[in-house]
Design a protein around this ligand. Structure first.
Ligand code: HEC
Length: 121
């Protein structure tokens, strides 16, 4: 019962944040970039979300929208899976998390190596 209540809260919060992302613009992404550095995401996930390692691999976040929804990303940040610390609303507001998501959306993700025929000669 307690767990169920918590997950409803999470879904509600996730929709609230996703709603603010509709209005995502460059200034939100710029603030998200700043928060990504000052809140320490970069220490594990790399400065441009290229991924890295802590005790285990910290996944690349650039291009993450091809495999994860905003809701899943919000849930991961709030829960902190495995080695990742949980970022509660006390340390990262919904508005700030929305800005980080706008930043992650602005990252191009890895280039397809097939774009470079030289590599396949
Ligand atoms: C201490 C290292 C560390 C920090 C700091 C950290 N993360 Fe993580 N993060 C991880 C690790 C490790 C995982 C993978 C956990 C697992 O095994 O599933 C992860 C997973 C995630 C995921 C899920 C990725 C996926 O592919 O499902 C997201 C999204 C994420 N982190 C975002 C963030 C954001 C945003 C911040 C800053 C607010 C942050 N992380 C800070 C280590 C970290």
């Amino acid at each position: 019962m307690h767990r169920k209540n918590l997950s409803w809260l999470l879904v509600a919060a996730a929709w609230a944040i996703a709603g603010t992302c509709v209005a995502a613009d460059n200034s939100r992404a710029a603030n998200g970039k700043r928060l990504f550095i000052t809140d320490g995401c970069f220490e594990c996930h790399g400065r441009v979300g290229e991924g890295g390692a802590f005790n285990g691999p910290a996944p690349a976040l650039a291009g993450i929208f091809s495999r994860r929804s905003s809701i899943e990303i919000i849930a991961a940040v709030r829960k902190g899976p495995n080695d990742m610390p949980a970022y509660t609303e006390k340390v990262l507001s919904n508005q700030e998390l929305g800005d980080i998501i706008a930043y992650l959306r602005s990252l191009p993700g890895p280039t397809d190596p097939k774009k470079y025929p030289l590599l396949y000669k």
